[in-house]
Ligand binder design. Structure first.
Ligand code: TZP
Ligand code: MG
Length: 210
């Protein structure tokens, strides 16, 4: 069995207070879990470490309760401090090699792939799982480089055995095709955080995955 098949998560919620548009993000997280989200990333921008830590601590109480892994975007100190499952970094964040050197296997490392050339670099080799960023362009994040599309997923899958997380405008109409192309998991912001009913949205997405 290919190694990446051992990755047990399929529906990855990327949440922030802002993405929940005035609703309590902890309530949205609980609803999303009820609908079938099985891994969560807290992704706060423009926030200092104490404030990030406070939010992460609150969310960790929920993810621990439901036995769901929590990943922290960008901030290794927060991830380490709360005993998160992992940290997710991009090209302009702390490099995976540095995180691994400092924390060993205590933190799972997710790393965003924005350029094909990254696939051969040391950072990618060290990472535990890779974000394909973005699969499709999205209003949620506009400072992106490559729109990978389904062909990009197939290409990356042919070059690595690591678990692949597809992110960028993932929704009910493309989720099955994205998995078929070789992703292990879809990661969503707006399809759940902006949904009128986050639990139902998560449930419906989950039903699109095999
Ligand atoms: N990284 C690449 S695209 C993206 C991130 C964080 C945003 C995805 O948001 P949405 O609303 O699910 O398209
Ligand atoms: Mg980042």
């Amino acid at each position: 069995m290919p190694l990446h098949r051992l990755f047990p998560y399929q529906l990855y919620l990327v949440i922030s207070e802002e993405a929940c548009r005035g609703r309590d993000f902890l309530t949205v997280a609980r609803q999303a879990i009820a609908g079938g989200v099985d891994i969560i990333q807290l992704r706060e921008k423009n926030i200092d470490t104490p404030a990030y830590l406070a939010k992460a601590t609150q969310l960790k109480a929920i993810t621990d309760h439901y036995n769901i892994p929590l990943i922290i975007n960008d901030n290794v100190a927060v991830a380490q401090h709360i005993g998160a499952f992992g940290v997710h970094v991009g090209n302009s964040d702390t490099p995976p090699t540095e995180i691994r050197a400092q924390w060993g296997t205590l933190l799972q490392i997710g790393y965003s792939i924005e350029y094909l050339s990254q696939l051969d670099n040391e950072e990618t080799l060290v990472a535990d799982h890779l974000g394909i960023s973005p699969v499709f362009s999205t209003a949620t994040k506009t400072d992106t480089v490559t729109e990978w599309g389904l062909k990009g997923i197939e290409l990356i899958r042919s070059k690595t055995n690591k678990p692949l997380i597809a992110i960028g405008n993932m929704n009910k109409t493309n989720a099955a095709a994205v998995m078929q192309a070789g992703a292990n998991c879809i990661a969503v912001v707006s399809a759940i955080c902006s949904a009128e009913n986050p639990e139902k949205a998560a449930y419906e997405l989950r039903n699109c995955l095999s």
